[in-house]
Ligand binder design. Structure first.
Ligand code: FAD
Length: 448
């Protein structure tokens, strides 16, 4: 078969390589509108901060490598502009003269990702107002940070990318402010779980402006933004603005082709990542998954699900069968200086909003045996269904070991575990690593 893939990064590259492994004879065409494929989106902030000094290490696989190793027909700077479902072909613009032509497909995999949302205010077009999604954004932000005159920065949006950017800009010596419309940082967390992260930001010199939005970006005579005006009238002078207020799924191709769009605004899919047209798959930030704690289909814009769904869709497209895509729990982790915050599933606030009858317990524990030097405190909150005890979610904030506890609980959730079952999970233990009664157990005990 001819398998055409739209988008060559997380979901698309995973789909392409899996399809090749499953089918030696398939013709696999990977179309990417930008110059790079298979780069490490998640590493971009750390290159700006020079924790990842070498730009090339962000290139997980080059087009040349994919051509040679996997015999993929990789075409960068080729944008798919429409889908003709009747004749099973896509319209592509690209090549030397950016001409338009058609490519036939037997199976089509859409992995076009998402685009950063811009606030509806003036000034977002200025050269020093940027979003971060790909390597060229990274280069532009880094070039500004590298300039000696750049002393101050404002990051708008206190989600994962916002926090990572704040940390890295501070590492680069910029006086950095963080603006967030909600009254807390990391709005997906329950407020009290996000508070230690806010304190850590402030302890590292970040000026925090919570509960306020940006209403205006003031430009100087050269068209550069020099001041950010907030909804309460306060102003912040700045040399650089980074916007991280969320992403919008790239669904235009799918919408124009009449594919079904789900309630959460992503391309609707079934358990094999097929869209409402069985020969067209959708994966990654543009698609919907089944969300474990609620059973609803929704978007989960994270790299793990994109890679796994890409792999499944690649196999299904190449062979006609695959395992179904498992439920996604929305498991995520972020570092802000010395603080780590991680979560999986539903927060208590989200459970309440969805009308799911939930209870929660919170414990404070050390990440390994207290008598062994260097133990760090963590706060762990477990959310579970009131009647059945089925685990709905967990959040943890602290230092070392936070990621491990959330991953253990995410795994229990994957298998529909209850708090009672969590009491009995057999976890590894020696004093430098944990405790005979792990924080996971302590939270589960408190819930039983
Ligand atoms: P992408 O990986 O974005 O790939 C989509 C590609 O499709 C793009 O290259 C785009 O140019 C191309 N494309 C779009 N339309 C067309 C078209 N019409 N024709 C041809 N090509 C097209 N997730 C985590 O889980 N952990 C993290 O730590 C993390 N950190 C992140 C940090 C940053 C700065 C960013 C931006 C994202 C981060 N993410 C993280 C999110 C993660 O990168 C995404 O969830 C993941 O990349 C989504 O994969 P995707 O294949 O859907 O889209």
């Amino acid at each position: 078969p001819t398998i055409v893939i739209v988008g060559g990064v997380a979901g698309g590259a995973s789909a392409a390589t899996r399809a090749r492994r499953m089918n030696e004879n398939a013709q696999i065409i990977l179309l990417e509108k930008d110059p790079d494929v298979s780069f490490a989106n998640c590493g971009l902030p750390y290159h700006i901060g020079e924790e990842i000094p070498n730009r090339d290490s962000l290139l997980v696989a080059t087009p040349e490598f994919l051509r040679r190793r996997f015999r993929l027909d990789v075409r960068t700077r080729h944008e798919v502009i429409s889908i003709d479902r009747e004749r099973k072909r896509v319209e592509v613009r690209g090549g030397e003269n950016a001409e338009t032509f058609w490519i036939d497909y037997d199976k089509l995999i859409l992995a076009p990702g998402a685009s950063p949302v811009l606030p509806p205010i003036e000034g977002t077009d200025a050269d020093n107002v940027l979003t971060l999604r790909n390597l060229s954004d990274t280069d532009r932000i880094k070039a500004i940070v590298d300039r000696e005159q750049t002393r101050t920065a404002v990051v708008v949006g206190a989600g994962y990318i916002g926090l990572e950017m704040v940390e890295q800009l501070v590492h680069r010596g910029l006086k950095t402010s963080l603006v967030e419309l909600q009254s807390q940082v990391l709005p997906l967390l329950d407020p009290e779980m996000a508070e230690p992260v806010a304190q850590e930001l402030e302890a590292n010199g970040v000026a925090l402006f919570r509960g306020r939005g940006v209403t205006r970006l003031v430009k100087d005579s050269q068209g550069r933004v020099t001041e950010v005006v907030l909804s309460d009238g306060s102003t912040i002078a700045t040399d650089l603005v980074v916007l991280g207020i969320g992403v919008r799924p790239n669904t235009k191709l799918a919408v124009d082709a009449g594919l079904e769009i789900g309630a959460s605004g992503g391309i609707a899919t079934n358990d094999f990542m097929q869209t409402s047209d069985a020969d067209i798959y959708a994966v990654g930030d543009a698609a919907e998954y089944r969300f474990g704690p609620s059973g609803q289909r929704m978007r989960v814009a994270l790299a793990g699900p994109a890679n796994r769904a890409g792999r499944l869709a690649g196999q299904h497209a190449a062979t006609g069968h695959s395992d179904p895509m498992p439920e996604v729990q929305g498991t995520s982790v972020v570092r802000a200086f010395g603080a780590t915050a991680a979560m999986t599933g539903l927060s208590r606030a989200t459970a309440n909003r969805l009308g799911v009858p939930a209870r929660s317990v919170t414990i404070v524990a050390k990440h390994h045996a207290g008598y062994y030097p260097g133990a760090q405190m963590m706060t762990l909150k477990l959310v579970y269904q009131s009647e059945t005890g089925t685990i709905l979610g967990a959040q943890a904030v602290g230092g070392a070991g936070v990621d491990k506890r959330i991953d253990v609980i995410a795994t229990a959730m994957q298998f529909k575990g209850t708090v009672r079952q969590l009491c009995g999970v057999d976890l590894s233990y020696a004093p430098p690593f944990g405790s005979a009664k792990d924080p996971v157990h302590m939270a589960a005990f408190a819930a039983c």
